[in-house]
Design a protein around this ligand. Structure first.
Ligand SMILES: Cc1cc2[nH]c(=O)nc(N)n2n1
Length: 282
């Protein structure tokens, strides 16, 4: 379906009339990383169900709240729970909040997610700074920008090269070193698959062959829409499991395990993101 500019504007106006916060940074908290929102000071929070135009979140481990507040004195808005294509939402709906944030004056998007690792050097519990992504659904036309282009947001044919801001990626590597967790952090390529099933072994081998380091079921559509409307983007993946790449391997992955690693490492992710927001020029 198509969403008119006025609908985005209406939601942005509703939010601006319900909070005094004027965030410059938006953060999307991935599976098991929702606690970051709880660290915001002077919070104003809204259940997605109370916000006109917002879709509803249905995934275990995703609260479904929009939290405004301050992080180290900087005004932020946090999505505690995000929308996924596999929930049956259209991609227009899953990325609706991004354009609302843009209309509210947000200039930087920080997106976090949980992902499975295909790279041999990436272990569960590691943190991957997203250098670039492969948007498989987008390549076959499942793209939030399909349909009439809204020129007020951006061009018909937006460039995507360099959509993960190099300055923020370097800054985050610096922060990881200062925090003494550089050993946990490395850059890599993230691939989005539609889900909700995890990969077959043949699919895992294909992705690995294509140069994918970590695979998940979100993030790319949000980043495409954010880049289209001119937001600066930083992304990181919390590696929750090794993707099974061999027919001899009996291991298999499940959502519980994904959430468990989230709980284990969320503290570190929280500190890294907080430090990034506090250090970067807004
Ligand atoms: C959130 C998440 C975690 C994993 N692990 C995996 O092996 N394959 C995925 N697609 N995902 N997605």
């Amino acid at each position: 379906e198509h969403i008119s500019h006025d609908e985005y504007q209406k939601t942005a106006d509703w939010l601006r009339s319900h909070t005094k916060h004027r965030p410059l940074v938006a953060i999307i908290c991935g599976s098991g990383l929702g606690m970051l929102a709880d660290t915001l000071k002077c919070q104003d929070s809204f259940d997605y169900s109370d916000i006109p135009g917002f879709p509803q979140s249905t995934v275990q481990g995703h609260a479904g709240r929009l939290v405004f507040g301050e992080l180290k004195g900087k005004s932020c808005v946090c999505m505690q729970g995000r929308f996924h294509m596999y929930e049956g939402h259209s991609l227009i709906k899953t990325t609706f909040p991004i354009r609302v944030f843009k209309l509210m004056g947000v200039e930087t998007l920080i997106v976090t997610n949980a992902a499975g690792s295909l790279a041999d050097g990436l272990q569960p519990g590691d943190i991957m700074i997203i250098k670039d992504h492969i948007n498989f659904p987008g390549l076959v036309g499942l793209n939030p920008l399909c349909g009439p282009n809204d020129e007020k947001f951006g061009p018909r044919f937006p460039a995507m090269s360099g959509c993960y801001d190099k300055g923020l990626r370097s800054l985050m590597m610096e922060i990881a070193k200062q925090m003494g967790v550089a050993g946990l952090v490395q850059e890599g390529v993230y691939a989005m698959v539609g889900g909700p099933n995890f990969e077959t072994i043949a699919e895992a081998k294909l992705l690995h062959r294509l140069g994918v380091d970590a695979v998940g079921m979100s993030t790319a559509p949000e980043v495409v829409v954010a880049t289209h409307c001119g937001l600066r983007v930083f992304g990181l993946s919390l590696i929750t499991n090794k993707v099974v790449k061999s027919y001899e391997d009996s291991e298999s992955v499940n959502h519980e395990g994904v959430l468990e690693v989230g709980r284990l490492r969320s503290q570190t992710v929280q500190q890294l993101v907080t430090e990034l927001i506090s250090t970067m020029e807004i």
